[in-house]
Design a protein around this ligand. Structure first.
Ligand SMILES: [Zn+2]
Length: 421
């Protein structure tokens, strides 16, 4: 009875994701970017949740095709993998971060996140790594599970939960000691407490642990390291033993160095990196999520008129630092800190990666196969290949020639289901 009711709901309620179609779908685009390189004259066939054929049109077995999708003039790519989102935040020029954390109810924040998840999927983002709920507890875990159950549409999510910060470092700040302020992350210090907090977050079934290796708590609000080398090592040791990775927010050379030596897998932001830092990242196979678009958005919220005023020093420094990361051969993750700017506008980061000097094909690799591999999901998504999940996006034009073509979406499939056409 319950089963029948669920089927009826799935058919009649808009927004609920139906199960993947069993019949085969043939997609015939102008070109296919398979996650690594571009191919002409390819077709892709999906059946159920999977890709069953990707290759030369001549070699395709077209028997049993139920649906033909003509994508003339379009490029077919693996669904995009956003590496740094905050589904529980919305742009700071709408509501500043402090007010989102302090004044918006958990219900409002989740309601917004439902919209954010849908907007991301419609923009061709079929997977997102979400970097902390920023005061919304484990709402990200619940949203991830709701998407997986088909209750709401959205990308598959990898979530951090609350994230971990050193006492005194994180915000909201500026209150006297008698005021009990709900923080944007969970505090823990020292061996015993870190072990307990990491384990309690793991117990809530987060996909990875996020830690802040530094924060703007230095004199005059400068970024300075927070956790000691030993503390970071403790976090990594305890997290790894549960089979999960640690990712780190770091914007100082010293914070980055401690985190790399402790064994984190990705560094978020990385603004203060030196050439030595990048060399160390390369040696330890740590990827950089540069979040170019977030800094750019925040500068504009602060009054910078992009394209009119000269580039603020922070932006010029970021451009230079990103260039140095490329030159040093650091693995670049696509992750823009979306949420600081509107969910669904993920392409902004990819455009800026090109603008700051990265080859467009390399940018496409970052957004697909490279992110999939960094996030340990390369066996099922990030490439167009037989046996992979059918997470696909088709866009008009050639994004390897003009990255902004990614904005002109024709079709999105997630798990073999057409979610936008
Ligand atoms: Zn972030």
């Amino acid at each position: 009875m319950i089963r029948i009711a669920l089927i009826v709901l799935a058919v009649f309620l808009p927004g609920l994701q139906a199960v993947a179609q069993d019949g085969a779908i043939l997609l015939r685009p102008e070109r296919v970017f398979d996650g690594e390189r571009m191919h002409e004259n390819w077709v892709v066939i999906t059946r159920g949740e999977q890709i069953v054929y990707a290759g030369e049109a001549d070699g395709a077995d077209e028997s049993g095709i139920e649906r033909n999708i003509d994508l003339r003039g379009a490029t077919l790519l693996p669904g995009l993998i956003e590496g740094h989102s905050h589904i529980l935040l919305h742009p700071y020029n709408e509501t500043n971060w402090n007010d989102q954390v302090l004044k918006e109810s958990p219900a409002e924040r989740v309601a917004r996140a439902v919209n954010h998840a849908r907007n991301s999927l419609m923009a061709g983002v079929t997977t997102m790594r979400d970097l902390g709920s920023e005061g919304a507890g484990y709402a990200d875990v619940g949203i991830r599970d709701s998407i997986n159950k088909g209750i709401i549409p959205g990308p598959r999510l990898l979530v951090a939960g609350k994230a971990i910060v050193a006492t005194g470092s994180y915000g909201p700040k500026g209150f006297h000691e008698g005021v009990d302020v709900p923080l944007g992350a969970e505090t823990a210090d020292g061996y015993d407490e870190l072990v307990r907090v990491v384990r309690s977050q793991i117990g809530q079934n987060v996909d990875f642990i996020k830690v802040y290796a530094d924060y703007r708590w230095g004199p005059d609000g400068t970024a300075q390291p927070s956790f000691t080398q030993n503390e970071l090592q403790t976090i990594v040791e305890v997290t790894r033993s549960s089979g999960r990775p640690v990712v780190v927010h770091a914007a100082t050379a010293e914070g980055m160095k401690r985190a790399i030596l402790a064994g984190v897998e990705t560094i978020e932001h990385g603004d203060g990196a030196t050439r030595e830092t990048y060399k160390l990242m390369r040696e330890h196979n740590v990827a950089l999520c540069p979040t170019l678009a977030a800094g750019d958005a925040i500068a504009q919220y602060g009054g910078w008129r992009k394209g009119v005023d000269p580039e603020p020093p922070r932006i010029a420094a970021k451009r230079k630092s990103f260039r140095e990361a490329l030159d040093a051969g650091v693995k670049i993750c696509f992750g823009g800190d979306v949420g600081v700017y509107p969910h669904g506008d993920n392409v902004r980061e990819l455009e800026m990666m090109v603008e700051y000097g990265m080859d467009a094909t390399d940018v496409l690799r970052s957004a697909t196969s490279i992110n999939a591999d960094i996030f340990h999901i390369g066996h099922e998504v990030g490439r167009i290949r037989k046996g992979m999940l059918a997470d696909l996006v088709a866009v008009t034009g050639d994004p390897a020639a003009d990255i902004s073509a990614l904005r002109d979406i024709r079709v999105v499939l997630r798990n073999g289901e057409i979610v936008r056409q």
